[in-house]
Design a protein around this ligand. Structure first.
Ligand code: RUB
Length: 264
């Protein structure tokens, strides 16, 4: 495949959510841009997913420095620092609740498991695209005990009901960090509200390159993801992300400093 074709394939995969999660998107966008480093290709990549400041920050840096290797190194260095911080706050017998599929969260959990932490994970299936299955598979492969819940059972998963244990911590990833809070997969705001009611601390783990001052568009996705051949006259909404005010988040764990300033 020539460079242009490879570039277009990556754009398609980002658009179709085959490549998902802020970190994976930013990494793939960097690869695509390195194949065709033009202003037009940068724009095409940015247009493919409007709620991804990490992709924008990475592409800005790539355009300025052309030092792809150094940028790529950042992803792992940041993740390693996040892993260590997350591991410190985990306790044996923790029941960690997570949502969707966040590489920053999953890698931190796998690191904690390797370091001997004894815990289990509750996660959501994350309709309509079932990113929760990807999360469950990756965690299970690493030997972590996982229980997956349908999205509408998140109230059950967070509290002690119907034979479930109470979650002890909520771990969320983020697509964007802002001075007022974070943006993550739709459902996150409901999760943190229930967590607050249940007095469960919410931690967000995210690379600091997800920070933005810009006003972001919250992406709405294709309606047929929800209901392929819906009868005429039925309105469907498929919002992909939502804002989580910082008052609901105990700590935003990034690779920088102790904690990011937005933490309470
Ligand atoms: C993914 C999602 C993830 C963040 C952070 O949504 O909400 O929590 O992107 O992920 P989608 P990461 O599947 O719709 O892209 O930690 O991998 O950057």
């Amino acid at each position: 495949m020539n460079k242009k074709k490879k570039f277009s394939q990556i754009v398609r995969d980002i658009k179709s959510v085959k490549i998902q999660g802020a970190r994976n998107i930013a990494r793939a966008a960097l690869k695509a841009y390195s194949l065709v480093p033009t202003k037009a290709s940068k724009k095409r990549l940015l247009d493919s997913r409007p709620t991804e400041p990490m992709m924008e920050n990475v592409l800005e840096l790539a355009e300025k420095t052309k030092d792809y290797k150094k940028i790529l190194k950042h992803f792992d260095e940041a993740q390693n620092k996040i892993n260590k911080k997350v591991c410190k706050l985990m306790k044996n017998k923790d029941v960690i609740f997570t949502h969707c599929h966040s590489t920053n969260v999953i890698n931190a959990l796998i690191y904690a498991k390797k370091k001997g932490r004894m815990f289990e994970v509750y996660n959501t299936e994350t309709r309509p695209l079932f990113q929760g299955r990807k999360t469950a598979r990756e965690l299970r492969k690493a030997g972590i005990k996982v229980t997956m819940f349908v999205d509408s059972a998140l109230g059950v998963a967070l509290s002690k009901k119907q034979g479930t244990k109470k979650a002890t911590k909520v771990f969320l990833g983020a697509d964007a960090i802002t001075s007022k809070g974070i943006i993550n997969k739709v459902g996150s705001e409901t999760i943190v509200r229930i967590a607050k009611q249940e007095k469960i601390p919410v931690y967000v783990m995210a690379d600091s390159w997800k920070f933005t001052n810009k006003k972001l568009l919250l992406e709405n996705r294709k309606l047929n993801e929800v209901w392929g051949k819906a009868p005429k006259g039925i309105k469907i909404k498929n919002p992909a992300f939502e804002f989580v005010p910082k008052k609901f988040v105990k700590k935003v764990i990034t690779e920088e400093g102790k904690y990011l300033k937005i933490s309470n």
